[in-house]
Ligand binder design. Structure first.
Ligand SMILES: NC(=O)c1ccc[n+]([C@@H]2O[C@H](COP(=O)([O-])OP(=O)(O)OC[C@H]3O[C@@H](n4cnc5c(N)ncnc54)[C@H](OP(=O)(O)O)[C@@H]3O)[C@@H](O)[C@H]2O)c1
Length: 262
């Protein structure tokens, strides 16, 4: 299926590694020029070089810490000077840590919200005028802990639920301004730092090996396998594309069937 993404301009936060890297690669393969944001310049340069080589598309980078308000101007300036417009905003960056409730201090809670929630809010506010101009699309990354809370991953659950609520409100504004907004909810994604870190934390809490924790996690969810970053990238690219124009304000779960309720 042609996603009609040829010539679009996309911004992917957290685009240097993991799911964000896969999303940026898929959007470029579908014909988008992309801008990537993350903190580590070397990782951004590597991702940009690979994506440009594989797709022949233009890839710009911006090294910025999205937890800080100042990062907004830096990202906006890169997009404005390189492309002068934006069609697609993917708010993917997130690095929320887990841990037993009584061990998690205020600064960890603050850090989780600073990046994944406030980073997303600031990016949406900064780029909304451009997205309104292009009748563009936003996809915000949440996660299934938003709907199925876990007592050892409370920050992730709360932050993701906040992103989900914000996205629905923004989708309602998007109906006024003709911008598409949707939210995606992956379950565990194989080979990512987030899944490795969360599983290692669970293994430490339960006094078992990481391999056993991974196998127990899969068995408990009753799913065939974890997602790959590419599974998520395909769904996000569809949601961000003009062919999904009538899909507005949804919570797009991609968890292999782990969530058993409706
Ligand atoms: N992996 C999973 O199983 C899973 C499941 C559900 C939802 N999610 C969500 O999916 C998103 C991506 O997860 P992932 O597993 O792909 O993560 P990841 O592999 O750890 O990659 C995170 C990306 O975000 C960037 N980043 C981290 N802190 C940043 C900051 N302060 N400012 C700017 N960029 C920052 C990282 O680069 P730098 O470190 O260089 O900044 C990297 O590019 C997250 O929002 C996560 O909550 C993941």
């Amino acid at each position: 299926m042609d996603l009609e993404l040829e010539g679009k301009i996309a911004l992917v936060t957290g685009g240097s590694r993991g799911i964000g890297r896969a999303i940026a690669g898929k959007l470029a393969a579908e014909g988008c020029d992309v801008a990537l944001v993350a903190r580590t310049e070397a990782d951004l340069e590597k991702a940009a070089k690979e994506i440009a080589r594989d797709t022949n598309r233009r890839v710009e980078i911006c090294a910025a810490d999205l937890r800080t308000p100042e990062s907004t101007d830096a990202v906006e300036s890169v997009v404005r000077s390189a492309f002068g417009r934006l069609d697609i905003l993917i708010n993917n960056a997130g690095a929320v840590r887990g841990g037993p409730f009584l061990d998690v201090e205020d600064d960890q809670w603050g850090d989780g919200f600073a990046l994944k929630f406030f980073g997303c809010v600031r990016m949406c506010r900064a780029f909304w005028p451009m997205l309104k101009e292009s009748n563009g699309a936003v996809v915000n990354m949440s996660g299934t802990f938003a709907q199925v809370p876990h007592h050892n991953f409370m920050i992730g659950g709360a932050v993701n639920a906040a992103v989900m609520n914000f996205s629905k409100a923004l989708a309602n504004l998007g109906l006024v301004d003709d911008v598409n907004v949707n939210c995606i909810f992956p379950g565990g994604v194989a080979g990512t730092d987030v899944l490795t870190r969360n599983t290692a934390k669970q293994a430490e809490i339960d006094g078992i090996t990481v391999e056993d924790a991974m196998a127990r996690n899969l068995a408990a969810q009753g799913i065939r396998r974890f997602a790959t970053p590419e599974d998520v990238a395909i769904y996000v690219s569809f949601l961000a594309s003009p062919v999904a124009r009538h899909v507005q304000g949804i919570n797009a779960v991609i968890d292999g069937g782990a969530m058993k309720g409706l």
